[in-house]
Design a binder for this molecule. Structure first.
Ligand code: GAP
Length: 462
């Protein structure tokens, strides 16, 4: 199974999904760049998340806050203290740091030097703002996007006239000085998150207000944070299943009390069965009133909520869904990658070792439609194919390809997960039609060119 990861890394490099960062300088530790197809996949994942979490939900609004914020944000959130740190040992000679539980011997694996006692090392990435590099100019690259949401909780609530329960969603970069980055894009120092913060009534309020099975108790407005936790856990698991992840490759693991992040009352991970074993792809957290209470305390601004209906004031509790974009990319790539020994197509005599098909969901496929003239040395076919490509490209991400035999071109498209391949042949010139080939079944049928846009829109759900 570990082998699958190296195959995916190789496919990503070869076919333009993901490249090592600063490659001409020998790469830069645990940093990766998304190439022409990778950026399409990533954007499609973000689009699917945004549709699910913002567009289709009346009570969730979007946000795009700045990466740089006042350093006070990180004091209040608890990220500058021991809570957001890795327990590490440091080599007294070369000053490299290691997780003790990863070491076989009690000395530096690089230079054999003596190690310090275990200490906590903070994961925040420091930087300076302004012209002078002094203590007062220090700030941090955000370690989680949700702090930007808390900073805008009042602004979003007031400007959009939101009533609890409601959510604020955001997608953006986060940075952590991870000491043990690993597994390609699974754990890196720069990554992207898709986070939604759900503001709801605190549990005590519910108990006071909704004794027994009163009508109010059954209204969602009064659901407790624990009820919302279960609701969001289910919703998020469904999202992955709906985009093609098999049930047996997903699980939910509740975090034990001793492993809870510093801000959480209760937490759990949605995990995927990666080639090296189970790994977290999304955290569901009950953050209680940790964030809003601390920001109220540190800023001196009261962030509590006034309920017009009951005339009561309370500090909202927060349920968070926090997914990684890069990890989701890896999940969808692992799930979609299929090798067919000997090849799927039997039309040519050439013996093939294997064929690769990337069976990505149609919403995630970087290229939706490939347009292929049957041969490239017939100008009338090339002309017609280019006309079809020009006609489709305002609606769908398309690729025009005329290089190599038609079989080879189909395989090239299968390898990058292109959903449909359209071939313009001699009949197309007489009948104004073409063949449409389905990536997964490889079945082909003829379709009139005038019907193409509507047919594709319908079947690709665009
Ligand atoms: N706001 C809560 C929070 O950030 P987290 O469990 O630390 O929670 C949430 O992170 C998600 O962010 C993870 O499930 C993962 O998908 C992604 N993530 C966290 N650290 C990462 C890293 N070093 N590299 C890539 N993705 C990471």
């Amino acid at each position: 199974m570990e082998d699958l990861l190296s195959k995916i890394v190789s496919l990503c490099k070869r076919r333009g999904f993901i490249f090592p960062s600063s490659e001409i300088y020998g790469g830069f530790e645990s940093c990766y760049d998304f190439g022409p197809l990778g950026v399409e996949l990533k954007n499609n994942i973000k689009k699917a998340w945004w549709k699910e979490m913002v567009q289709l939900r009346q009570n969730i609004v979007g946000l795009d806050s700045a990466i740089l914020m006042s350093p006070k944000v990180w004091q209040a959130s608890g990220h500058l203290t021991a809570g957001f740190a890795d327990q590490l040992v440091e080599c007294k000679k070369c000053h490299k740091r290691f997780r003790k539980d990863y070491l076989k011997e009690n000395k530096c694996p690089d230079c054999g030097g003596e190690l310090t006692k275990e200490r906590k090392f903070n994961l925040m990435m420091r930087t300076f703002v302004g012209p002078v590099e002094e203590k007062s100019a220090i700030t941090y690259l955000r370690a989680e996007t949700c702090q930007g949401i808390y900073m805008n909780y009042e602004n979003a609530k007031n400007s959009m006239r939101l009533k609890i329960p409601f959510g604020i969603a955001q997608i953006g970069k986060a940075f952590r000085n991870e000491i043990t980055p690993r597994y390609f894009i699974f754990k890196t120092r720069e990554f992207e998150q898709m986070e939604m913060q759900w503001f709801c009534v605190p549990p005590a309020r519910k108990a006071a207000q909704t004794n027994a099975n009163s009508d109010a108790g059954l209204r969602r407005e009064n659901w407790t944070p624990d009820q919302w936790f279960d609701y969001w856990k289910e919703q998020r698991i469904k999202w992955y299943l709906n985009l093609g992840i098999k049930k047996e490759n997903l699980r939910f693991k509740e975090t034990s009390k001793s492993d809870l992040p510093h801000y959480a009352k209760k937490a759990g991970d949605i995990q995927y069965k990666f080639p090296w074993g189970w790994g977290e792809i999304e955290g569901i957290h009950n953050r209680g009133d940790w964030d809003l209470s601390n920001h109220s305390k540190f800023s001196g601004i009261d962030l509590s909520y006034f309920d017009e209906e009951t005339k009561r004031k309370f500090m909202p509790h927060i349920i968070e869904t926090s997914a990684g974009v890069d990890r989701s990319c890896l999940v969808f790539l692992c799930e979609a990658y299929q090798e067919v020994k000997g090849g799927r197509t039997k039309t040519t005599k050439a013996v093939k070792d294997k064929e690769v098909v990337l069976k990505l969901d149609k919403r995630l496929a970087p290229i939706k439609v490939a347009v292929l003239p049957l041969v490239k040395n017939k100008p009338e076919l090339v002309k017609k194919a280019k006309q079809v490509y020009e006609m489709l490209k305002p609606y769908f991400m398309c690729q025009y390809d005329e290089l190599g035999s038609i079989g080879r071109r189909y395989r090239r498209q299968d390898e990058i997960g292109t959903f449909y391949a359209l071939t313009i042949d001699f009949e197309s010139l007489r009948q104004e039609d073409l063949t449409i080939r389905d990536r997964d079944t490889m079945k082909q049928k003829r379709i009139k060119i005038k019907d193409l846009i509507n047919t594709l829109k319908e079947s690709l759900e665009i």
